[in-house]
Design a binder for this molecule. Structure first.
Ligand code: PA5
Length: 455
């Protein structure tokens, strides 16, 4: 069985949905030389280590450290792993865990979880949720991983301050090192200071570094995502191999061979030439619902830029939207089929689920249900996906289909890596800096000022 994920753009072409809505062969051909040229730029920048996300999966030393540290903590035994972090410091872990852990992981017994901890990703500062988390996760049984690249994000630091007080009060300051792990900027080498450095020093905490050239939303394969993944027993080797396979496929400029560039070209052309200002990400698998959230942050924060690289005001970026098949067929699809034709819909399919569930021959006497009897839920989901794609085609709505052979670490590694490379190329096509977030930083500063902070 082929383990590679595939990208099918046939339903986003002019031949499928008409030239007003679909990309024509000529438009793609015209863009190809620019993609080739931008590929050289990206290759050069990768070589000069301007962006570190490309090579995170290769960092053996960090993976060994992550695994050894996780093994140590797992041997000590914790019921709960709590992530304190927001944005790129949280969404990757959510995506990995929901795709690769069995559903309802937190609700089964420790034994059924093979003694891996329950996972709580705290990426907000809602006092009701946070209070309840503290009740559900008493410090004695909990490992907190505070993740903040900058080490200054108000939400995360506030969470940490509350947790530190609890640990000190309930277990004593000496217990901090057994209950808190820090992931933040590296030290030295011109790295901006992180407030988490003095915290780690004071309490003697284990500290992981996020490479300086890796931004939050591109950090899932750094300790930001990999330490929590190791704590949950996820298949890091499979993830890394998946990255390596996709890295190989993305090493060429050709749109025919490079799925990330092909997607970038289609999404970019759909936006600027066909008015598809919305990019919907719609997996047909519950396990990928949080990957859709992760994609939305990656696409929005990387490409949503007021100025281009030459300082010209352009207000670039497609609006990413998360949807879930089949659920959102009964919510959003009505709009997608009959509302404004301003969307490119990315359907993500898992070709083979690891489990099959047969619909039994019950409810006798209701002939209208005969078509379901004896079929599998898998087949029904497949039919719904195909039906939706065909219906979208009839109403001339462009669709890109991504297929995963199975929902494995290997396939997920490929998918996340492809979306990262695609975003890097899309940034270049829009001529924006895909790696900064001035709009977010401004909001952080204003909030800090409103709280009476400085700068
Ligand atoms: O992608 C990004 O850079 C942002 O979403 C950050 O991850 C987010 O703002 C949190 O920042 P930090 O990790 O510095 O706390």
């Amino acid at each position: 069985m082929d383990l590679n994920i595939t990208v099918d753009i046939s339903r986003a072409k002019s031949s499928a949905v008409g030239s007003e809505h679909g990309v024509s062969p000529q438009e793609l051909k015209d863009l190809a030389p620019r993609v080739e040229q931008l590929h050289e730029t990206l290759v050069d920048e990768r070589k000069r280590q301007v962006y570190g996300f490309y090579d995170l999966y290769k960092d053996d030393a960090t993976f060994q450290d992550v695994q050894a540290t996780a093994t140590g903590f797992l041997e000590a035994g914790y019921d709960n792993l709590v992530i304190l972090g927001i944005g790129g410091s949280a969404l990757g872990t959510r995506a990995l865990a929901s795709a690769l852990l069995p559903p309802f992981h937190n609700f089964v017994s420790g034994r059924s979880r093979r003694n891996y901890p329950r996972l709580f990703v705290m990426d907000n500062i809602d006092p009701i949720t946070f209070r309840q988390m503290l009740k559900v996760c008493p410090p004695k049984k909990t490992l907190f991983n505070v993740i903040s690249k900058s080490g200054s994000t108000a939400e995360t630091m506030a969470q940490l301050m509350i947790v530190v007080e609890q640990i000190e009060r309930k277990l004593g300051a000496q217990a901090m090192k057994d209950h808190v792990v820090v992931t933040t900027n590296p030290r030295g080498d011109g790295a901006p200071p992180s407030h988490l450095h003095p915290v780690a020093d004071h309490y003697g905490l284990k500290e992981f570094a996020v490479p300086l050239n890796v931004g939050g939303r591109f950090s899932v394969f750094s300790p930001v995502g990999m330490f929590p993944a190791a704590m949950l027993g996820l298949d890091l080797i499979g993830l890394r191999e998946g990255c390596a396979v996709m890295d190989g496929r993305c090493g060429v400029a050709s749109l025919d061979e490079n799925p990330a560039y092909l997607r970038a070209a289609f999404q970019y052309l759909a936006d600027v030439a066909k008015g598809k200002t919305v990019s919907v990400f719609m997996p047909y698998a519950d396990g990928l619902a949080h990957t859709a959230d992760w994609y939305c942050q990656l696409w929005a924060e990387s490409l949503g830029k007021r100025y281009d690289l030459d300082g010209k005001e352009i207000e670039a970026g497609q609006t990413p939207v998360r949807a879930l098949g089949a659920t959102d067929q009964h919510s959003q699809i009505q709009l997608y089929r009959e509302g404004p034709n301003n969307k490119l819909i990315n359907v993500v399919e898992v070709k083979r689920f690891d489990r099959t569930l047969r619909i039994p021959d019950t409810l006798p006497g209701i002939d209208a249900l005969d078509y379901l009897r004896g079929k599998s839920m898998n087949k029904l989901l497949q039919a719904e996906l195909k039906g939706t794609m065909d219906a979208l085609k009839v109403s001339q709505r462009p669709v890109i289909r991504i297929q995963l052979p199975r929902l494995t670490a290997h396939a997920l590694g490929q998918l996340l890596y492809m979306l990262e490379v695609e975003t890097a190329m899309a940034g270049r096509l829009y001529n924006v800096n895909a790696f900064d977030q001035p709009g977010v930083e401004e909001g952080k500063t204003i909030a800090r000022d409103l709280m009476g902070g400085r700068g």
